[in-house]
Structure formats: structure tokens, C-alpha cells
Design a protein around this ligand. Sequence first.
Ligand code: FAD
Length: 295
Amino acid sequence: MTSVVERLRGDSPVFSVEFFPPRDEADETVLWRAIRELEAFDPAYVSITYGAGGSSRDRTIRTIGRVAQETTLVPMAHLTAVDHSVAELRNVIGWYAAVGVRNILAVRGDPPGDPNGEWVAHPEGLTYAEELVRLCRELGDFCVGVAAFPYGHPRSADLDEDTKYLVRKLRAGADFAIAQLFFEPDDFLRLRDRVAALGCDADILPGLMPLTTPRTLAKTVELSGAPMPDSFARRLNPYLDDPAGFRKEGIDVVTEVAERLLAEGVPCLHFYTFNRSKATREIVGRLGLVPARSV
Ligand code: FAD
């Protein structure tokens, strides 16, 4: 079974896509349409997120199992430590293996309810993603990824501390990291430089969201933890009341960010898709990241 790192080691750059598990049948139809539409574009891997405290556990396992068994795609399942004992985590990892998943994104997760609230570990659970990486490694031949934060994780005191712990979890056995959303390519490249400066050469993949609506822009501000820079405001604010104009400009902006990242040698662009495929297909098509027959 192909691992994510194997897909990153090709001769040319690739892209990957992230989905969340469907909540109902209608969601499921939308998700599977997106998965099938993207399958022809040959993404390096497809990841499915994991709801805090196991709220989506069964749906994540079922969806990633279907990806593993019914598609040609390389599946990666997310896993969080929120509200789980180590025994429960072992059980979920066992399920992942049972449905054919060999790639896990090991993230700590946020407190359910209020993501900025106090983090309280399960009494028989884990406190940091680093420990989850070790657990995955201990339990099997998994390829493991971790999360990285271009502006620093909100709970980190400063960027030096943030980088130190990121490198620790990579050295605990992670094969690569995926970055949270950011705006300017340099914001991501500085993160990559900080990690390299500590002597760590693991691949760090930039996370990108197609900016198709003002809502996706607001989500980028929220998730990145950084205010929108003037360079983005100048280009996107004129279109806040013009959906078609916003979509066109937003896709141009993200394509330009991606072009710069590819020129800087990133091996893979990771797309947060909101379970839709059209904008991602447009961007990767423009970047020439897909087999010629698919465009
Ligand atoms: P950690 O690496 O454990 O870090 C948490 C904080 O503790 C940081 O401030 C870090 O600097 C600090 N720290 C780390 N190690 C130590 C240590 N040894 N000693 C002291 N301090 C330490 N959330 C979900 O609920 N489900 C998902 O599917 C999901 N997928 C994600 C995918 C990506 C690509 C990203 C970027 C995030 C995702 N998240 C997901 C969100 C993530 O769970 C939260 O951002 C969470 O707050 C941090 O997780 P982490 O794995 O980075 O935690």
C-alpha cells in the first residue's frame, strides 16, 4: 500500500486534498461527487478529518475505509487525542489499519466547545501530538503526519518555542507536516526556514484554501490566526458584493501563491476543500499538477 511520503518523492510536485466526514446522506452525496471528480486528477493522497472527542469517529472510519477500498486514491485519516484514553486511541488506530489505512495525521485537537478553552487531557490519555505520533509508530508501520503553524500555534509562547515543539514531534517519528492556513508565501517559507535551522529536513506541506467566497476568506483569517494583509485586502475587498468577481480574483490570488511555493520547491500543495472539488480542480489544472488527460 502506497504511503504519503512515497507520493511526495516523485520527480514533480503533487497536490493533496482534505475533506471532512459527511454528517448526513445529502452531505455524503456531495462529498462523494467531489472525491470522484478529484480522483481523475490523481491527488497524492486524500485526508479525512476527525471530529473533536471522537464525535465523527465512526463517520471518519467509514469514509476513509471507502476511500481505501473503493477508489484508486491513497487514504490518510486524521486522529485527535481529545477525550480519548490511550486504549480508545489504540482501538481507532486498529480500525484504521483494519479498513486499509496506513497514513495517519496525528493532531492533538482542541478542547470541545471552546477551542480556546483550557486543554484538559483525558485521565488515561495523551497531552501532546508528539505522544500520539509515538503511539501510531508503536502500533504499526504507519506513515505519520503532524500539524504545523506558520504564525505559531495560538498556545505557543513565541515562534522559537513553537518551532522547537514542531521539530520534537517530527523527531518523535513523524514523516512530514501539513501547515495551517496562511496568507503570503513568505509566511510559510519562514516556517520552513525555522524548521530547517534546527536541523530538521522533514517535508512541510503548505495548506491552501481556494478563496471562492468572502466566507472562505473569513475562515482563512480565523484558522490562520492572522489578520488579512493589505495585499489581500486590496485585491479581494472590491469584490465583497460581487460573487463572480470575488471567485475569479480569489482563485487568481491562490494560484499565484501556489506558483511561488512551487517555485520555492514545495513537493506538495495540500488543499482544504470544504468537500467541494471545482475550485481545487481549476487551480491545480492551471498549475499543471494533473495528468494531461484530466484537464
Ligand atoms: P501539539 O503539537 O500537541 O501542540 C499543542 C500546543 O502545545 C502548541 O502550542 C505546542 O507548541 C505545545 N506543545 C507541543 N508539544 C509540547 C511539549 N512536549 N511540551 C510543551 N508544550 C508542547 N483538529 C481536529 O479536531 N481534527 C482534525 O482532523 C484536525 N486536523 C488538522 C489538520 C491540520 C493540517 C492542522 C494544521 C490542524 C488540524 N486540526 C484538527 C487542529 C488541531 O487539532 C489544533 O490546531 C490543535 O490546537 C493543535 O494540534 P497539534 O497537533 O498541533 O498539537
